[in-house]
Structures are given as C-alpha cells and as structure tokens.
Design a protein around this ligand. Sequence first.
Ligand code: 5RP
Length: 236
Amino acid sequence: MTAELSPIDRAKFVAAKRAVDYVEDGMRVGLGTGSTAAWMVRCLGEIVREEGIRVTGVATSSRTADLARQVGVPIRTLDEVKWLDLTIDGADEYDSNLNLIKGGGGALLQEKIVATASDQMIVIADPSKQVDTLGAFPLPVEVIPFGWQTTKALIEEMLSNIDVLGRNASLRLNMDEPFRTDEGNYILDLHLRRIGNPQQLSLVLNQIPGVVENGLFLDICDIVVIGNSDGTVEVR
Ligand code: 5RP
C-alpha cells in the first residue's frame, strides 16, 4: 500500500495509520473525506480484513463511501447508526485551540454533521495544515443554488463588520460549471486571509438565508495527529 510514497503522502499515511490505532473492535466510526482521510479508510480496511476488527463506518461523502466499500469497510447511514464513537477526518487548517477550517473537498456539511454526532473527533494532517490564526485557506461556505448571487452579496456585506482581512467570495467551479456538493448545493470560498473571531463569524454566517453551513469547525476536534514525511508522528 505504501511503496514509493511521495514525502507528503508518507506524512498523510503515517498520520492516518496512527489514528486508526484509536479504533477498537465494535466501534461506529465516522469516515472523513479528502486525500488524508482516504489513507485512513485504506488503513481501516486493512485492519478489518487482516485483523478481523469489526467496525461500522459512516461516510461523509459518496467518494468516501465508494472507497470504504472497495477496501472492505462496512458502511451504514448516520440515520441507521445515529451516534458514533469516533470520527477521523482531515482538515485544511488547524490552530493551537484545535479549531479547524474544513471543506476544501466540498464535503463540509456531512463532515460537520458526522463529527458533531461523535463522542470524539480526531483530525489527521501533515504539518503544512498548522496555522497561528485561521483564514489563509479560503473558508468554504455551502449555499443553496437558489439566489446564490444574492447570498454571496449578503455575505460580502456582512464581512465589512467582521474582524477579517479579505472580504470577497468566489463561487467554486468544477470544469467551468458550479461545483456541486453531494446535496446538490454550491460552495462559496471566502478569501478572508485572517479570521480574528471565528466564533462570531460562524454564527453570523449561519444566520444568512441561503447559507447551509460553513467550514469552521469550532470546539469539535479533540485530537490532532500530525504525520511527518520522515515517518514520525506527533499527537496534540
Ligand atoms: C473535505 C475536507 C478535507 O478533509 C480537507 O479538505 C483536507 O483534505 P486533504 O486531506 O486532501 O488535504 O474538509 O471537505
């Protein structure tokens, strides 16, 4: 599984492998989305197949569900399982309080629902995801397609009263068409550069009609497992 990995993939793999050590027999596990989370799903498949560990996975995207099935991780819906022991997911940024920006892969809505329905959330990351202050990575906001330009204008207007450095939003595209989430919604990426008060921003964003959810994960993550390209791992 790991022959000739690039340094960045080695970092992601070792973080994923270490996080899977937290999975115990019989656990219900939320499965994140993205390239780092994909390593975790493969590692989980390996312990299911080779060590006979029994897990029930709840995927945070159709991509992750497809991969889980391929590698032998049994999948159920969140409504079937209702509550999870653990979610393991990647992140686009994390700060020293373990607050996160997520949604670079467009799965933030299901990711937030699943992480919130879990006793514990573990983030797996390489060191490039660590920041002093959130916001260099554009903040993804999921919006419904109806009236999205009005929603975007309302968000940009609201940002003038918020402690951020940048104030413009862009519609995420996929091959010149609006990117669609698994729910059929659009993503606006907010180019903020620095988020002074993530709690305030998250609350205000979610009050705007048309906004479904934002990519700030505040007080949700419990542990960050950081993999390095030399194979070492740090747990915070
Ligand atoms: C998807 C996410 C991902 O976890 C995040 O974008 C990190 O992805 P990667 O591990 O590929 O860097 O939030 O919506």
